[in-house]
Design a protein around this ligand. Structure first.
Ligand code: FE2
Length: 514
């Protein structure tokens, strides 16, 4: 593409200018590259999982990101990739640099863990191979463990490329949050369908090559790249990174077996290859450690959950299924993660205890009449574990619990009560469900089938079926969430607006409408 070549040329000219300006401070070689020619940084750069002394820097070499074999146009040999981290955008004050191998077994992805940096500080980073220089990303370290800085978060999920443009990602980039939380459905596994706004390539993803190709296509999107370049991300996955509605060893419609586990292993490998995750999340076959905790000083603890890998099978949502649904043996996190979560909630000193996770937590009966109809896939299908978590929040006097949720393709703002089925029990926390970046297409202010059901749910304070994201601003005394929405995603360039805003005061549970 001629535009790609133009961008490359500009970057190379810029590099020349910088090298001249910085004298001999860029001792990078300019030899031949082993793939012939072509910019290898077509998928952008990313950073993630910051801690007080550092963060993960990511890129993947793919001069031909749409090559059908999923190899991105790279040869089988390993390629050394140079990286730099600087205090300034022009890389005059480089504070760390090094070389990391990009190996074919990992699709020539690079994950660099930089350490020993000052806490709570901004940095810029870039990569280089031969004459090719990557775009520059902005990142930051987490605050000092004793600090209580204000923070700005963007919360996003569900970015079906075929359903619409990534306008929400562009707005997130423009707002420069401190951290982006991505709560699942970064890709969708489906093949192209009639009526798609944008065409995906390739079949339904099921092998390593097809998952890699899908990420290659998604990550070429300039709005997505801009959002990664703007801030570090903390990512988790949901179902569509593997297959719709998968649950532990079972795929869609409960079909399991070795075929599904092989698919899960391929999906996990491709997810790791394309995300700024730490070494602790390197997959081992069909297993990957994704639940983890990230502390933002004394301001917030983010308990990032994995509600897919260890869950009991889906239950049907109808009353006839209640004996199964309500079984205390059912789990959405697995016993080990549940213990880890409850222990972490009890021991963290942070003001805001945040569950960053996939599926709706609050009580939501989707039947507008006297009957009940629960999702078979969210916490309403695992009510015994949900009640154990709520009891622990009360018993352990957990400070200011906030649940952040993806998956639902709608904004919801709800209060959480000690007993979700008893509207007289005390409010103990709140949940914000962030709608989708693009999944579901343009959407509307309300989904009619949910409007009447939600009218009967006084703990639900707000609902919207528009596309968008959550913008959260928090300090030691107040959490504010703006429900950001877009009028359309079927065309690029939609303006964003705030459909509703809520505040929570620390020490005083419950949503306040602003
Ligand atoms: Fe989704």
């Amino acid at each position: 593409m001629s535009t790609g070549h133009g961008a490359l040329t500009r970057r190379m000219v810029l590099l020349g200018g910088l090298a001249a300006a910085a004298g001999a401070s860029l001792p990078w070689p300019t030899g031949a590259v082993p793939w012939g020619s072509g910019d290898p940084f077509t998928l952008g750069v990313a950073s993630g999982d910051p801690w007080p002394g550092g963060m993960v820097l990511w890129t993947r070499l793919a001069p031909q990101p749409l090559a059908e074999d999923g190899r991105g146009g790279m040869p089988r040999r390993a390629v050394p990739v140079q990286w730099q981290l600087a205090e300034d955008e022009r890389f005059r004050r480089v504070v760390r640099s090094g070389t990391a191998p990009a190996v074919a077994e990992r699709a020539h992805a690079v994950h660099v863990e930089v350490d020993g940096l000052p806490a709570g500080a901004d940095f810029f980073y870039r990569f280089r191979v031969g004459p090719y220089l990557s775009p520059v990303g902005r990142t930051r370290t987490a605050p000092d463990p004793l600090a209580m800085p204000a923070a700005r978060l963007a919360v996003a999920s569900c970015a079906n490329y075929a359903n619409g443009w990534y306008t929400a990602y562009r707005h997130i980039a423009d707002e420069h949050p401190d951290l982006v939380l991505f709560l699942g459905d970064y890709i969708y596994e489906y093949a192209a369908r009639t009526g798609d706004v944008r065409q995906v390539q390739g079949p339904v993803t099921s092998t390593l090559a097809t998952y890699r190709l899908r990420y290659g296509q998604y990550k070429r999107d300039p709005d997505l790249q801009a959002a990664h370049q703007a801030a570090p991300w903390m990512v988790t996955l949901d179902d569509h990174e593997v297959q719709n509605d998968w649950a532990a060893g079972l795929g869609e419609r409960g079909v399991g077996g070795p075929g599904f586990l092989a698919r899960r292993a391929a999906a996990f490998e491709a997810f790791y290859e394309h995300m700024p995750l730490r070494r602790s999340s390197v997959p081992a076959g069909p297993r990957m450690q994704l639940y983890r905790r990230l502390d933002w000083g004394r301001l917030a603890s983010f308990h990032v959950l994995d509600t897919r890998q260890y869950r009991s099978r889906l239950a049907c949502g109808l009353p006839s299924c209640d004996p199964v649904r309500e079984s205390p043996r059912r789990t959405i996190t697995g016993a080990e993660q549940e213990r880890w979560l409850l222990h972490g909630l009890a021991s963290s000193p942070a003001t805001w205890q945040v569950l960053a996770q996939q599926v709706i937590f609050t009580y939501l009966d989707r039947d507008p009449g006297p009957a009940t109809n629960f999702s078979a896939d969210d916490w309403n299908a695992y009510p015994a574990e949900r009640q154990r978590v709520l009891r622990a929040l009360v018993r352990q006097r957990v400070r200011n619990p906030v649940v952040l949720t993806g998956d639902a393709h709608q904004h919801l703002a709800s209060d959480l009560r000690a007993d979700l089925t008893d509207l007289d029990s005390p409010v103990i926390g709140s949940e914000f469900v962030g709608t989708s970046v693009s999944s579901g297409g343009d959407g509307s202010d309300h989904a009619e089938h949910l409007r009447r059901a939600i009218a009967q749910s006084p703990h639900v304070k707000f609902q919207s079926s528009r596309r968008g994201w959550l913008r959260c601003e928090l300090n030691g005394s107040v959490w504010r969430t703006d429900m950001r929405v877009l009028p359309y995603v079927s065309r690029p360039g939609a303006p964003a607006r705030t459909a509703a805003s809520f505040a929570i005061e620390a020490g005083r549970p419950g949503l306040q409408t602003l």
